[in-house]
Design a protein around this ligand. Sequence first.
Ligand code: AMP
Length: 312
Amino acid sequence: MPSSEPSPTFRILAIGECMAELAPAEAPGEYRLGFAGDTFNTAWYIARLWPETSVSYFTAIGTDAISQQMRDVFSASGIDHGHVRVVPDRTVGLYLISLANGERSFSYWRGQSAARQLAADPDALAKAIGDAELVYFSGITLAILDPASRKTLLTALGTARAMGKVIAFDPNLRPRLWSDQTEMTDAVMQGAAVSDIALPSFEDEASWFGDADPVATADRYRSAGVTTVVVKNGAEPVHYRQGAARGFVPVPALPSVVDTTAAGDSFNAAILAGIGGNTPLPESIARACRLAGQVVQGRGALVPVDPARIDP
Ligand code: AMP
C-alpha cells in the first residue's frame, strides 16, 4: 500500500459521467457489461489504492435496472454515491467497443444520458461539494453539460474554491463532444480559471491549443490562475509547476504497452491522493507514473494493479 497515507478525513469528490461499457467477450458477437468514464475511473483507482481517502462520485443516473447496477458498482468499488442525483425519465450513457485487427473503436449512446442533468439542481451540487475538501472534474464533465448547466457548475466550483476547497481539473480535450473547437477551448480555460490544480496531457493540448512544448502548456494554465500544473506526456518526462518550483520527472520505460485507456485517469488518482497525504509533488508524480505504467500494460479502463509496485 502506498506509504504516504492521506489523513483519514480527507474527502475527495469526483464530478462527471460514468457510462455502461460493452466490451467484446471471448466468443464472437458476445459482449461483457462494465462501467467506466474518465472521472469515475479516477475515483475507482483512489478507492482501490488509497482506501483511507474517502472518495465520493457526483453524477446523475436513472431509476432503471442498469442505473441501479451502476450504483451497485460504485458501492462495490468503495465509492460513496450518497449525493448521486436521480433523473427518473433518463438512463445512463452507453458505449460499445469494437475490435478489428486488434484496433479498438468506440460507438457512443450518451446524447440523452442522465449525467447531462447533473448540474440541474444547484442545491444538490452545492451539498455534494460542501462535503468534500478536494473536488475533481474534467473537460468531459464540462462537455456533457448545456451552457447554462456548465455555468452553474463553474460558479459552484468558483464558490467552493473561494471557501478554501481544492479544485482539480483534467482538461481531457474531446473535440467530438463539442460543437466546435472554440467552444471547447473557451470552456476548458473557464474550467482552469476556477481550479487550483490542472492535469493536462501534452499531446491533446498541443493539438488543440497549439502549445510548442509542455512548458508552454504549464504557462498557459498558470496564466489562467492555476497554482499547480502537472503536464502528462505519454512516455516522455512529466513537467510540473507548483508555485515557484518546477521540474521534470522521468517516466519509467515499459516492456510493452497494451492499451492506454485510463492512463491519465489513473495517473490523476495518485496525484489527488497525494494531496491528501501531503506528499511532495515530484514524489506523487513518480508514483502516478508507476501506477499509469501498470494500467497501460493491462486491457480496459479499470486494471487490477499491484499496490506493491506503485510504492516499491
Ligand atoms: P498521457 O495522458 O497519455 O500523457 O499518459 C499519462 C501517463 O501514463 C504518462 O504520464 C505515463 O506515466 C503513462 N504512460 C502513457 N503512455 C506511456 C508509455 N508509452 N510508456 C510509459 N508510460 C506511459
